[in-house]
Design a protein around this ligand. Structure first.
Ligand SMILES: Nc1ncnc2c1ncn2[C@@H]1O[C@H](COP(=O)(O)OP(=O)(O)OP(=O)(O)O)[C@@H](O)[C@H]1O
Ligand SMILES: [Mg+2]
Length: 240
Protein backbone atom coordinates (compact mmCIF):
# COMPACT_ATOMS: atom_id res chain seq x y z
CA UNK A 1 0.00 0.00 0.00
CA UNK A 2 1.32 3.44 -0.89
CA UNK A 3 1.81 5.84 2.01
CA UNK A 4 -0.08 9.15 1.88
CA UNK A 5 1.94 12.31 1.25
CA UNK A 6 3.44 13.72 4.44
CA UNK A 7 1.86 16.78 6.05
CA UNK A 8 5.31 17.76 7.20
CA UNK A 9 8.62 16.90 5.56
CA UNK A 10 11.78 18.03 7.34
CA UNK A 11 14.95 17.53 5.32
CA UNK A 12 18.49 18.06 6.51
CA UNK A 13 17.68 20.77 9.05
CA UNK A 14 20.64 22.29 10.89
CA UNK A 15 20.47 25.20 13.31
CA UNK A 16 22.76 27.00 15.71
CA UNK A 17 22.69 29.48 18.56
CA UNK A 18 25.38 31.93 17.54
CA UNK A 19 28.33 29.72 16.76
CA UNK A 20 27.08 26.76 18.86
CA UNK A 21 25.46 23.99 16.80
CA UNK A 22 22.09 22.84 18.15
CA UNK A 23 20.65 20.70 15.33
CA UNK A 24 22.52 18.75 12.72
CA UNK A 25 20.91 17.47 9.52
CA UNK A 26 17.64 16.37 11.06
CA UNK A 27 15.24 14.47 8.78
CA UNK A 28 11.69 13.75 9.82
CA UNK A 29 8.33 13.04 8.23
CA UNK A 30 4.85 13.31 9.66
CA UNK A 31 1.90 11.80 7.81
CA UNK A 32 -1.78 12.77 8.04
CA UNK A 33 -3.35 11.67 11.32
CA UNK A 34 -0.05 10.29 12.57
CA UNK A 35 1.62 10.99 15.93
CA UNK A 36 5.39 10.95 16.22
CA UNK A 37 7.51 11.22 19.32
CA UNK A 38 10.64 13.34 19.62
CA UNK A 39 12.63 11.86 22.48
CA UNK A 40 16.04 12.38 24.00
CA UNK A 41 17.92 13.54 27.06
CA UNK A 42 17.93 17.09 28.47
CA UNK A 43 19.71 19.38 26.04
CA UNK A 44 19.38 16.96 23.09
CA UNK A 45 17.70 19.63 20.94
CA UNK A 46 14.01 18.70 21.20
CA UNK A 47 12.70 22.17 22.02
CA UNK A 48 15.10 23.68 19.49
CA UNK A 49 13.58 21.46 16.80
CA UNK A 50 10.04 22.57 17.69
CA UNK A 51 11.20 26.20 17.67
CA UNK A 52 12.63 25.74 14.18
CA UNK A 53 9.40 24.10 12.98
CA UNK A 54 7.29 26.95 14.36
CA UNK A 55 9.54 29.62 12.87
CA UNK A 56 11.05 31.05 16.07
CA UNK A 57 14.54 29.96 15.11
CA UNK A 58 15.68 30.03 11.50
CA UNK A 59 17.57 26.97 10.29
CA UNK A 60 21.01 27.50 8.76
CA UNK A 61 20.36 24.81 6.14
CA UNK A 62 17.75 22.28 5.09
CA UNK A 63 14.08 22.63 4.22
CA UNK A 64 10.69 22.24 5.90
CA UNK A 65 7.62 21.55 3.78
CA UNK A 66 4.11 21.76 5.11
CA UNK A 67 1.73 20.02 2.68
CA UNK A 68 4.29 20.49 -0.06
CA UNK A 69 4.89 24.18 0.61
CA UNK A 70 8.18 25.55 1.98
CA UNK A 71 7.67 27.21 5.36
CA UNK A 72 11.25 27.42 6.63
CA UNK A 73 11.55 31.14 5.79
CA UNK A 74 8.08 32.08 7.04
CA UNK A 75 7.57 34.08 10.24
CA UNK A 76 5.87 32.34 13.19
CA UNK A 77 2.45 33.98 12.71
CA UNK A 78 2.25 32.75 9.11
CA UNK A 79 3.12 29.24 10.23
CA UNK A 80 0.31 29.38 12.80
CA UNK A 81 -2.07 30.45 10.04
CA UNK A 82 -1.03 27.41 8.03
CA UNK A 83 -2.27 25.29 10.95
CA UNK A 84 0.94 24.30 12.70
CA UNK A 85 0.53 25.01 16.41
CA UNK A 86 3.15 24.74 19.14
CA UNK A 87 2.19 24.25 22.79
CA UNK A 88 5.42 25.41 24.38
CA UNK A 89 7.23 24.00 27.39
CA UNK A 90 6.45 27.26 29.25
CA UNK A 91 2.77 27.23 28.21
CA UNK A 92 2.94 30.98 27.48
CA UNK A 93 -0.48 31.94 28.80
CA UNK A 94 -1.62 35.51 29.37
CA UNK A 95 -1.60 35.17 33.15
CA UNK A 96 -3.69 38.23 34.00
CA UNK A 97 -6.42 37.25 31.56
CA UNK A 98 -9.22 34.78 32.23
CA UNK A 99 -9.56 31.31 30.78
CA UNK A 100 -12.11 32.40 28.21
CA UNK A 101 -10.04 35.44 27.19
CA UNK A 102 -6.99 33.22 26.62
CA UNK A 103 -9.10 30.87 24.51
CA UNK A 104 -10.52 33.72 22.43
CA UNK A 105 -7.00 34.98 21.73
CA UNK A 106 -6.16 31.56 20.34
CA UNK A 107 -8.74 32.09 17.61
CA UNK A 108 -7.49 35.53 16.53
CA UNK A 109 -5.83 34.17 13.39
CA UNK A 110 -9.12 32.53 12.36
CA UNK A 111 -11.47 35.49 12.84
CA UNK A 112 -14.83 35.15 14.54
CA UNK A 113 -16.65 32.81 12.20
CA UNK A 114 -15.94 29.62 14.14
CA UNK A 115 -15.34 31.11 17.57
CA UNK A 116 -18.43 29.74 19.33
CA UNK A 117 -18.12 26.33 17.71
CA UNK A 118 -14.42 26.02 18.52
CA UNK A 119 -15.04 27.06 22.13
CA UNK A 120 -17.66 24.36 22.52
CA UNK A 121 -15.22 21.87 21.02
CA UNK A 122 -12.50 22.82 23.50
CA UNK A 123 -15.00 22.59 26.37
CA UNK A 124 -15.93 19.09 25.20
CA UNK A 125 -12.29 18.03 25.45
CA UNK A 126 -11.75 19.85 28.74
CA UNK A 127 -15.00 20.34 30.72
CA UNK A 128 -12.89 21.76 33.53
CA UNK A 129 -12.07 24.80 31.41
CA UNK A 130 -15.78 25.47 31.00
CA UNK A 131 -16.34 25.32 34.76
CA UNK A 132 -13.47 27.73 35.25
CA UNK A 133 -14.03 29.98 32.26
CA UNK A 134 -13.91 33.21 34.30
CA UNK A 135 -10.91 32.30 36.46
CA UNK A 136 -7.69 34.30 36.01
CA UNK A 137 -5.37 31.89 34.23
CA UNK A 138 -2.33 32.52 36.47
CA UNK A 139 -4.32 31.16 39.44
CA UNK A 140 -5.07 27.85 37.71
CA UNK A 141 -3.13 24.74 38.75
CA UNK A 142 -0.25 23.51 36.59
CA UNK A 143 -2.38 20.80 35.01
CA UNK A 144 -5.24 23.19 34.34
CA UNK A 145 -2.81 25.65 32.74
CA UNK A 146 -1.54 22.88 30.49
CA UNK A 147 -5.13 22.12 29.46
CA UNK A 148 -5.68 25.81 28.76
CA UNK A 149 -2.51 26.04 26.66
CA UNK A 150 -3.69 23.05 24.62
CA UNK A 151 -7.22 24.45 24.41
CA UNK A 152 -5.90 27.77 23.15
CA UNK A 153 -3.94 26.04 20.39
CA UNK A 154 -7.07 24.10 19.41
CA UNK A 155 -8.94 27.37 18.94
CA UNK A 156 -6.70 28.05 15.91
CA UNK A 157 -7.96 24.88 14.16
CA UNK A 158 -4.59 23.14 13.92
CA UNK A 159 -3.66 20.53 11.35
CA UNK A 160 -0.49 19.73 13.26
CA UNK A 161 -0.02 20.13 17.00
CA UNK A 162 3.38 20.07 18.65
CA UNK A 163 3.48 19.40 22.39
CA UNK A 164 6.65 20.08 24.38
CA UNK A 165 6.63 17.84 27.47
CA UNK A 166 2.94 18.30 28.25
CA UNK A 167 3.12 15.93 31.23
CA UNK A 168 5.88 17.89 33.02
CA UNK A 169 4.81 18.44 36.62
CA UNK A 170 1.42 16.77 36.15
CA UNK A 171 -0.14 14.10 38.35
CA UNK A 172 -0.71 10.64 36.85
CA UNK A 173 -4.42 11.42 36.50
CA UNK A 174 -3.85 14.63 34.51
CA UNK A 175 -1.18 12.91 32.45
CA UNK A 176 -3.65 10.17 31.59
CA UNK A 177 -6.29 12.74 30.69
CA UNK A 178 -3.91 14.58 28.37
CA UNK A 179 -2.85 11.29 26.76
CA UNK A 180 -6.48 10.36 26.12
CA UNK A 181 -7.14 13.79 24.68
CA UNK A 182 -4.18 13.50 22.28
CA UNK A 183 -5.45 10.13 21.05
CA UNK A 184 -8.87 11.65 20.51
CA UNK A 185 -7.38 14.55 18.53
CA UNK A 186 -5.54 12.10 16.34
CA UNK A 187 -8.43 9.72 15.77
CA UNK A 188 -11.45 11.99 15.69
CA UNK A 189 -10.09 15.32 14.52
CA UNK A 190 -7.37 13.85 12.24
CA UNK A 191 -4.80 16.21 13.76
CA UNK A 192 -1.19 15.10 13.27
CA UNK A 193 0.89 15.27 16.42
CA UNK A 194 4.54 15.82 17.32
CA UNK A 195 5.04 14.93 20.95
CA UNK A 196 8.19 15.75 22.91
CA UNK A 197 7.99 13.69 26.08
CA UNK A 198 10.19 12.27 28.84
CA UNK A 199 7.36 10.07 30.07
CA UNK A 200 7.91 6.92 27.98
CA UNK A 201 4.59 5.42 29.05
CA UNK A 202 2.71 8.43 27.75
CA UNK A 203 4.77 8.58 24.57
CA UNK A 204 4.20 4.86 23.89
CA UNK A 205 0.46 5.30 24.33
CA UNK A 206 0.16 8.24 21.92
CA UNK A 207 2.78 7.95 19.19
CA UNK A 208 3.02 5.64 16.18
CA UNK A 209 6.75 6.21 15.64
CA UNK A 210 9.54 8.04 17.38
CA UNK A 211 12.79 9.85 16.65
CA UNK A 212 15.52 9.79 19.27
CA UNK A 213 17.66 12.93 19.33
CA UNK A 214 21.18 13.00 20.74
CA UNK A 215 23.40 16.08 20.61
CA UNK A 216 21.18 17.65 17.97
CA UNK A 217 21.02 14.75 15.53
CA UNK A 218 18.64 11.82 15.06
CA UNK A 219 20.46 8.96 16.77
CA UNK A 220 17.80 6.39 15.99
CA UNK A 221 14.16 6.04 15.04
CA UNK A 222 11.59 3.32 15.33
CA UNK A 223 8.02 2.22 16.06
CA UNK A 224 6.11 2.76 19.28
CA UNK A 225 6.41 -0.91 20.22
CA UNK A 226 10.16 -0.35 20.95
CA UNK A 227 9.16 2.11 23.65
CA UNK A 228 7.09 -0.48 25.44
CA UNK A 229 9.38 -3.42 24.71
CA UNK A 230 12.47 -2.15 26.50
CA UNK A 231 12.25 1.43 27.73
CA UNK A 232 15.14 0.88 30.15
CA UNK A 233 17.48 -0.18 27.38
CA UNK A 234 16.52 2.89 25.36
CA UNK A 235 17.10 5.10 28.38
CA UNK A 236 20.51 3.55 29.03
CA UNK A 237 21.55 3.95 25.45
CA UNK A 238 20.32 7.43 24.72
CA UNK A 239 19.76 9.23 27.99
CA UNK A 240 23.00 8.51 29.84
N1 LIG B 1 18.54 30.52 23.31
C1 LIG B 1 19.60 29.71 23.41
N2 LIG B 1 20.88 30.20 23.30
C2 LIG B 1 21.95 29.38 23.39
N3 LIG B 1 21.87 28.05 23.55
C3 LIG B 1 20.64 27.51 23.64
C4 LIG B 1 19.45 28.31 23.59
N4 LIG B 1 18.38 27.49 23.72
C5 LIG B 1 18.88 26.24 23.87
N5 LIG B 1 20.23 26.25 23.82
C6 LIG B 1 21.12 25.08 23.93
O1 LIG B 1 20.80 24.17 22.88
C7 LIG B 1 20.85 22.82 23.36
C8 LIG B 1 19.51 22.13 23.11
O2 LIG B 1 18.53 22.74 23.93
P1 LIG B 1 16.99 22.35 23.90
O3 LIG B 1 16.26 23.32 24.74
O4 LIG B 1 16.57 22.22 22.50
O5 LIG B 1 17.03 20.90 24.57
P2 LIG B 1 15.84 19.91 24.96
O6 LIG B 1 16.11 18.62 24.27
O7 LIG B 1 14.52 20.56 24.74
O8 LIG B 1 16.09 19.70 26.53
P3 LIG B 1 15.06 19.58 27.78
O9 LIG B 1 14.62 18.14 27.81
O10 LIG B 1 15.93 19.90 28.95
O11 LIG B 1 13.93 20.54 27.58
C9 LIG B 1 21.23 22.90 24.82
O12 LIG B 1 22.61 22.67 24.94
C10 LIG B 1 20.88 24.32 25.21
O13 LIG B 1 21.73 24.82 26.23
MG1 LIG C 1 13.04 21.20 25.96
Amino acid sequence: MELPDPVLAVRGISAQYGSIPALEKVNLTLRPGEAIGVLGANGAGKTTLLNVLSGFLKPSSGSIEFRGRRIDREPPHRIVRCGLLHVSQERDLFGTLSVIENLRLGAVAKGHAHLAHNLEQVFTYFPRLKERRSQQSSTMSGGEQQMLAIGRALMAEPQIMMFDEPSAGLSPLFTQEIGAMMLQLKREAAISIILVEQNMGLAAKVVDRYYMLRDGHVATEGGATDLLADPEELARRYYL
